[in-house]
Design a protein. Structure first.
Length: 258
């Protein structure tokens, strides 16, 4: 690990047992929302951990796999988004999302996700996420379609920008994610962190779902525009790790202050 990063981390990185424990459903809490995540594409590039650490708020530390950090771009379908005790709302509960993320640890080694941006085409969902969850959601014009060969074409464009286009197709099933593998490191994340800049506070949010069913993918087109939009240099190579998932049913738990 880069010395500038290792000097900043004053705790032991979590082992496989702690990482596996972080995937367990909370026993003492009830979900506040339900969602379905479908047709997910996971694109990942490795990056110098020091570059990631420089972007994180106080209290978060870059998580690494074999001394490399990762940036991910994930387009997918959000469906049946609803609060607990409420049915889905027609015209509001189904929308599209495109996020850029990395992987982090808190001060006691809990592994989670840090989002740089989350684009969505549902204005109310964007406003709620910004206001109540302090997440960096951005409204974008988005569309998606399933082609005759079952490939997915998803497009996203923020105001005055050309569309980002992702065209991908699910292929063969991958083995189940096992602790200690890169696939587990990238996919098995059930904790997210958010930062309220005005208050300077850090919060955590839990989600729970069955492990992703993961598949290899045929990647026909993709965009790296989110790198520049989030202050990173665009990668010079294709994604180093590509996988897709048909989706999971998700429980969302409320934010907690750290």
């Amino acid at each position: 690990m880069n010395s500038r990063v290792s000097n900043a981390i004053s705790f032991q990185k979590p082992g496989n047992e702690q990482r596996l424990k972080a995937t367990m459903r909370p026993r003492d809490r009830s979900p506040v929302m339900y969602q379905r995540w479908r047709n997910l594409l996971f694109l990942h590039w490795s990056i110098d951990p020091a570059v990631i650490q420089a972007t994180l708020p106080k209290g978060l530390f870059v998580d690494t796999f074999k001394e490399r950090a990762y940036l991910g771009v994930v387009p997918f379908f959000m469906e049946r988004v609803r609060p607990r005790f409420c049915p889905p709302f027609p015209g509001m509960s189904d929308f599209l999302e495109l996020n850029m993320r990395t992987y982090v640890l808190d001060e006691i080694g809990n592994p989670g996700v840090w989002f740089y941006s989350l684009d969505a085409n549902q204005r109310l969902a964007v406003k709620i996420a910004q206001t109540f969850f302090s997440l960096p959601y951005v409204h974008a014009a988005m569309s998606a379609r399933v082609e005759r060969d079952n490939s997915i074409v998803l497009k996203s464009a923020r105001k005055a920008q050309l569309p980002q286009v992702f065209h991908y197709k699910q292929l063969e099933a991958l083995p189940g994610s096992k602790p200690g593998t890169l696939q587990f490191f990238l996919a098995e994340r059930y904790l997210l962190f958010s930062h309220n800049k005005s208050r300077g506070t850090l919060s955590t949010g839990r989600v729970h779902h069955q492990p992703y069913p993961l598949f290899s993918a045929e990647l026909r087109s993709y965009s790296t525009d989110l790198f520049g939009l989030n202050g990173f240099s665009a990668p010079e190579t294709d994604p180093e790790h590509v996988m897709v998932s048909p989706g999971v049913e998700v429980e969302i738990f409320g934010l907690q202050s750290t």
